[in-house]
Ligand binder design. Structure first.
Ligand code: FUB
Length: 490
């Protein structure tokens, strides 16, 4: 499925304020300035008619369809009503919009003939002074199946747009409608990706670019299990919790890269090795492991790949002496003296090993680190001012969680990356998903905590979303507890 979080198109920068003063009228296009985001997900959807078993909220739920007869998620349709129908998006504050992506629903071939088909024609209108006006489209209104139909138009500032759809062979329907622009309720704010579900972030800074690598949660609504087959990448020159700050690079690594892997593209980290190449340490299930996990390594010359399996087999498996009860969540760090350390583990069993300079071999026995109080899983190792920090998920302690089903992020410090560790407290409280997972980076003198929650529309424990918030150090090197923010709260 194609990821299309942000389309770097442009709007008039002065448009929002000026055009609002012009009584929400259309204003001409102008020079490039602001970056667009999909504003549809912050609108309230309504429709001329909705089939009783379908829902109009499907049109702006942020879920990308895989094809026009994709019924895996909710959809909007008008069967048995035909003729001219409309679906509308209304914002509680004016927005300035200039383009749209429309994915039509067509249920032919879904266990019967179905009553919804690609329409004969359609157009976009916007509310101006209490009346509906057609937008001035710069191209034609496409009616292709199995893809988004993109329309650019002279930007308008308005509180509502609607797609007026004329049926052809049967009733009409929409799987997803994106409307790109700026304004409305603030779009800044976590989670930073809402058109797919993302989890287990890992950060990497290379020059002037910050990267977030994440897993992708593909569980269907109500499905209480991880379904994770690929890893995605996002980059930014100015990291922030505004989704517009992040460019999506789509799925750049999948289970297919590892011939020996069978399932579970879980938590990972990308690290630049001594040879300058990028090593992506991943948690994956082997093809025949029946639910137990391994750590594999992929390698590439560029942070965004293409990646290939660096070993052709797991780096860590159940057969590795003294491995963890669940061999997941690798974190790798090259210390100031050049030695390379990897920590990982779950089920209260952290583990540590030194890696060879090739990043793909073990250079020590596996040991059990000391001092990681109430460790559950998800370690993240980094260094600041000569002190080593280990952040990790914990599911114990009244200072941490309301129930052991959830996790906070604790941290410990040490003068050596091998420990021993001294527990320092909680740096990130319980989140809305049961799992919690830290990644920490410095960029441009600011520190950031990247994690995941269940906060995206339709989210849940198995439909998580990556978030980012500022991380503050005290003068003595301890970390303040992160203030978690959501949509526009900063
Ligand atoms: O996403 C699957 C697993 O859940 C990760 O490996 C853990 O860190 C937890 O987030």
């Amino acid at each position: 499925m194609q990821h299309k979080a942000l389309r770097p198109r442009t709007l008039l920068s002065a448009g929002a304020t000026a055009a609002l003063a012009l009584a929400l009228a259309a204003v001409p296009s102008g020079p490039a300035a602001a970056q667009e985001v999909n504003l549809a997900t912050s609108a309230t959807p309504t429709a001329s008619y909705t089939s009783p078993w379908e829902t109009v909220s499907a049109v702006n739920d942020g879920i990308n369809p895989s094809r026009s007869n994709d019924t895996a998620d909710d959809r909007w349709g008008t069967w048995p009503e035909e003729g001219t129908q409309w679906v509308q998006l209304t914002w509680n504050q004016p927005v300035t919009v200039a383009s749209s992506d429309m994915y039509f629903f067509d249920d032919s071939g879904e266990g019967g003939p179905g009553g919804v088909r690609i329409p004969a024609s359609w157009r976009i209108e916007y509310l101006a002074g209490g009346t509906w006006q057609p937008v001035s489209a710069t191209g034609s209104y496409g009616t292709a199946a199995n893809q988004y139909n993109s329309v650019d138009f002279a930007q308008v500032t308005t509180t509502a747009v609607r797609a007026v759809i004329t049926s052809g062979a049967a009733s009409v329907g929409v799987l997803e409608w994106k409307v790109f622009g700026e304004g409305g309720a603030s779009q800044a704010g976590n989670p930073i990706v809402t058109d797919i579900y993302t989890a287990d972030p890992a950060t990497l800074v290379v020059g002037d670019t910050a990267y977030i690598f994440s897993g992708r949660d593909q569980a269907q609504p109500g499905q209480e299990a991880f379904v994770m087959n690929e890893w995605h990448a996002f980059s930014s020159k100015a990291p922030d919790n505004d989704p517009a700050a992040w460019e999506s690079h789509g799925a750049i690594l999948s289970l297919d890269t590892f011939d020996w892997a069978g399932a579970n593209a879980w938590a990972s980290e990308v690290v630049q090795g001594p040879d300058g190449r990028y090593y992506w340490f991943v948690s994956v299930d082997g093809a025949t492991d029946n639910g137990w996990m391994n750590i594999g390594v992929a390698v590439a010359d560029d942070p965004l790949g293409p990646y290939e399996d660096a070993i052709g087999a797991p780096l860590i498996a159940d057969s590795t002496p003294n491995s963890s009860a669940l061999n997941i969540d690798p974190t790798v760090h090259i210390a100031n003296d050049g030695q390379i350390y990897m920590y990982w583990g779950s089920y209260w069993q952290p583990r540590m090993v030194k890696l060879g300079q090739d990043m793909t071999s073990l250079a020590s026995a596996v040991t059990t680190p000391q001092g990681l109080t109430d460790f559950w899983e998800a370690p993240w190792l980094f260094e600041r001012n000569g002190t080593y920090y280990m952040a990790y998920a914990s599911n114990a302690g009244a200072d941490c969680v309301t129930s052991s089903a959830y996790a906070c992020i604790r941290y410990a410090t040490a003068s050596s990356p091998a420990g021993p560790w001294t527990h320092r407290g909680v740096v990130l409280g319980q989140v809305t998903s049961t799992t919690n997972h830290p990644a920490i980076m410095e960029f441009g003198g600011e520190w950031w905590m990247v994690y995941h929650t269940a906060d995206a529309p339709g989210g849940g424990d198995f439909r998580r979303s990556v978030a980012i918030d500022e991380l503050t150090f005290n003068a003595d090197g301890t970390m303040q507890k992160v203030i978690q923010t959501t949509g526009g709260a900063r």
